[in-house]
Design a protein around this ligand. Sequence first.
Ligand SMILES: [Zn+2]
Length: 425
Amino acid sequence: MDGAGRAWSRRGVLLGSLVAGAALTGLPAGPGRALASTGAPGRAPVPPPGPPVAPGPPAVPGPVGDGLAHAEGVPAPYIARCFEWGARPPSSPPQIHDVRPIRILVHHTAGPNGTDYGVPAAHALARGIQRYHMDHNGWLDSGQHFTISRGGHVMEGRLWSLGELNRGRRVVEGAHSPGQNVIAIGIENEGTYTGATPTPMLWHSLRATCAYICDKYGIAPTELYGHRDFRDTLCPGDRLYAALPRLRREVASLMGRRVSRTEVVRSGWPALRGGDRGPAVEAAQYLLRDSGFYRGRPDGRYDARTGAAVTALQRAHRAGRPVCGACGADAGTGVLGGLSWPLLARPVRLGSAGVRGGRGAEGSGVPGGPGVPGDDVVRAVGVLAAARNTESVPDVVDGPAWQRLLSGPGTPVPGGGDPAGVANR
Ligand SMILES: [Zn+2]
């Protein structure tokens, strides 16, 4: 740990105790003033994180926000800037795009669920991620826009992300999910949430940070997604992913908005992996067979042969190479997620079912239009419809219809991606 981080840490403790005493005005000049000073005139200063928070009951608030009512907008959480956590300078200047992002992608770091909730540990986490992204991945800086530690400390990821957020008009190009690096803000959350849930401090900071980002950029609180919605990864873990409807609802509440259950529940692409069983796996096997990647008899068991077929599909579409530093562990392991599902579950017109030899969209003769389904595609629809007790399937099974068949009712996960020319760098 370096000297700058230690000095900042001490100041954080000092200011935190002042805040605890409700002495919110007249804070000494320090990191805590910086963010507020770039916000709207008259906004109350926002304190830096308080002292390290010990594990406690779910009601323990995380060290973000000042808890005060603001005349306008959403309270700004304290976000430590790159220089505060001891970041290295980027190897080249980050790109800035003159557009507002339209969504937020939630990630987990897939690292240990540590119990050091202090500021120094948070800063060490940010430095470790940056080191990996620059030295291992060869990126110019941290890939994500923001990082949140298990102690609830929020930090800027890629340089300039915070300044552009505070201005609310432009976005720094990230490297957290190819195809979503400009249109989506990426937040890395420390830990692995496959079987565990985030700490209350992390959760509190995540929702506060999302609310602030949504408010500044004009993003709807329902536009929060998991990395798996767009890539073949288990990120941000089954438990954190399952909490996204709650996150959307709570972020909306922080923004003073009401959202319906249909709006917060998303109907997306299920992240399938080895060992899974059920109708979604069986449908995937039929679709893989239709695409020529699987030769077996679909049985609803995600076995090694199914995984090999998924990996072959991803290689054929150049989707299998590691793309997310923190989530690279899933690359090439046969996870079938939001990137590969649309390759398999192509739009088809069931009215033409029964036509033999069709191969999805190629059979339609209409570029981009619904294709003629092969027998296996019809079987895949049938398996899913039967599992959901669906009486009627729409004549045209497009992306949203496939998502509803696979995941049940909800608002479909949208497509859309970065403008051309954005790479992962
Ligand atoms: Zn991720």
